[in-house]
Design a binder for this molecule. Structure first.
Ligand code: G4P
Length: 541
């Protein structure tokens, strides 16, 4: 958020809005750290006219990941918030780019963000191929049938052969690949990229280290003009490769892509801006508009007349001077207008949405309307939680936003016991954001927190210090994880809780949770109590 936050209402999105949801492309970028996600985001925003200077998104590379710097960046709330969702328009299409947290620790938050997109761009480093985090995120996309466009980045550097990368994609991810834009030379031989669909050669007039600035239409890959422009050995190799690439891989097929069986592949360089425009065009042309979203009453089509939406992310303390929160809401149907009263299904109460905020790259503004696919922020004082559904007509609940069992558990130690109230507030707020899960043991008074990855503990302590002026430490607990316990037989559940009172706690919604000390103990408890379900995830709300 810029200091000069513009809160004057603006028409949501001009011409695109008039066409409603069909013009929305809501997507995320998934990648392994360092593959170039930040650079590509920046260049996409530049291509979409959302920013006019590269380097504006956030700090990059090692700097960002160095732990302390990274947390400082997280703490300067404006930056992390404006990059949670970035909306921009081009040629009548409204792009909503949702940021997935870069660090592997935040899988839960990432998972939830991916519930709010209709497609994804997977960035792969040409030299490294598919890395651990890419694969993990890819699996989440596959689970949710999210179609993927692949951007093989850094072709201006020495990398693996494009064929090696394509074959790896095909084999490791069990996907058909369809190359769309091909590198002309790589590393020191890099001359530009060739777009197979439009038969255009993308090159740099200034050559060495130059950024892409020229497009030359060609009659085909054999155009003598192209051969003339390239060093002989590069031209020869390109012809050979291009023929093989076009003959040896699947042709692009919109249905296969949208069903998640095929990924179009673009080779390019985010840093030097090669193929970024081609990527944006591909998203505009082929990425799916808003898809039906699952709910407890069946899938909700974006064509449904009544407005419906769900909260996939909550950010507390965006503005440290006001204890406000912003709930990020994805619309799934209808035509929302500012001031509308929607049912807040969890509480059963109506909620007037008077201050819906659109997030542009560097600023935010009130918006007058939104369609399915759009993502807006709703400032509130804690009413809205992750997983909440908002509806215009009959109440129902969107499904598929789970909470995962934590893998790291700690007891919270309060350094100054006078600050109990602040601690409770902090844990409630940050649990609501999804940063941490909070458990209250049946016996004993200290809170137990659970996270999916250990870095989250550092972030937790640092945010409680910064935002709630409260020092905390962590102590080990003997528990290895947590399982939500439910049963159709109330008495059996009560008995189990009584027998295991030292290892039972409540989550923040007062649902009972069993805290086993080891996998073995969990297995044993399961065997001994066949009527009790030990659940690893639970649906939010
Ligand atoms: P991430 O968000 O996925 O973690 O990656 P990020 O964009 O921060 O990029 C990681 C590093 O890779 C950066 O270098 C960036 O400049 C570089 N990079 C990104 N795209 C390209 C590309 O197309 N070609 C080349 N050669 N490099 C690219 P850094 O040295 O870590 O940071 P910086 O000092 O350049 O900012």
């Amino acid at each position: 958020m810029s200091a000069a936050t513009d809160m004057t209402p603006t028409p949501a999105s001009g011409k695109a809005a008039a066409n409603g949801f069909a013009t929305r492309r809501t997507f995320a970028i998934i990648s392994h750290p360092d593959a170039g996600k930040t650079t590509l985001t920046e260049k996409l925003l530049l291509a979409g006219g959302a920013i006019n200077m590269a380097g504006a998104v956030k700090a990059r590379g090692e700097n960002r990941r160095a732990r302390s710097d990274w947390m400082e960046i997280e703490q300067s709330r404006g930056i992390s918030v404006t990059s949670s969702v970035m909306t921009f328009e081009r040629e009548g299409i409204t792009f909503n780019l949702l940021d997935t947290p870069g660090h592997s620790d935040f899988s839960e938050d990432t998972y939830r963000t991916l519930t709010a997109v209709d497609s994804a761009i997977m960035v792969v480093d040409a030299a490294k191929g598919i890395e651990a985090q890419t694969r993990k995120l890819f699996e989440i996309c596959r689970l949710r049938d999210i179609p993927i466009i692949t951007f093989v980045n850094k072709v201006d550097r020495e990398g693996r052969s494009p064929f090696e990368v394509l074959d790896e994609l095909e084999e490791a991810l069990a996907l058909s690949v369809s190359p769309q834009v091909w590198p002309v030379g790589m590393g020191t031989d890099f001359q530009g990229c060739y777009d197979f669909a439009s038969n255009e050669f993308l090159y740099s007039k200034t050559r060495a280290n130059g950024t892409f600035d020229s497009v030359k239409p060609m009659s085909g890959i054999d155009d003598p003009e192209l051969t003339k422009m390239l060093p002989a050995h590069v031209a020869e190799r390109f012809h050979e490769e291009a023929e093989l690439a076009r003959d040896g891989y699947a042709e692009f097929d919109t249905d296969a892509y949208r069903q998640g069986h095929l990924t179009p592949v673009i080779f390019g360089s985010a840093l030097r801006d090669f193929s970024v425009d081609q990527l944006l065009k591909l998203v505009a042309r082929y990425a799916p508009p808003p898809r039906p979203q699952p709910s407890d009453k069946g899938a909700v089509s974006p064509e449904t007349k009544d407005v419906s939406a769900f909260v996939f992310k909550v950010q507390a303390n965006m503005d440290p001077n006001h204890r406000d929160r912003v709930a990020f809401v994805r619309f799934c149907s209808g035509h929302f207008k500012r001031g509308m009263k929607l049912n807040h299904v969890r509480s059963g109460k109506p909620l007037a949405i008077n201050n819906p905020i659109y997030f542009f790259a560097q600023e935010r503004a009130l918006t007058e309307e939104a369609f399915a696919g759009d993502v807006i922020g709703i400032p509130n004082h804690g009413t809205l939680r992750v997983g909440d559904t908002l509806t215009e007509a009959e109440p129902f609940r969107f499904t598929g936003l789970p909470s995962f069992a934590p893998e790291v558990m700690r007891r919270v130690r309060l350094e100054d016991t006078m600050r109990m109230k602040q601690l409770r507030r902090a844990l409630e707020d940050l649990a609501e954001e999804g940063l941490v899960q909070v458990f209250k043991p049946m016996i004993g008074s200290n809170w137990i927190v659970g996270v999916v990855g250990p870095l989250q503990l550092d972030v937790l302590a640092s945010r409680i210090r910064g935002e709630y002026k409260t020092e905390i430490g962590f102590e080990p607990v003997p528990y290895s994880t947590a399982r939500w316990i439910t049963s159709d037989d109330e008495k059996k559940l009560r008995d189990f809780m009584k027998d295991n009172v030292m290892q039972v706690a409540q989550d923040r919604d007062e649902r009972p949770v069993y805290l086993p000390k080891s996998d073995w103990e969990l297995r044993y408890a399961r065997e001994r109590n066949p009527d009790i379900r030990f659940e690893e995830t639970r649906e939010l709300v």
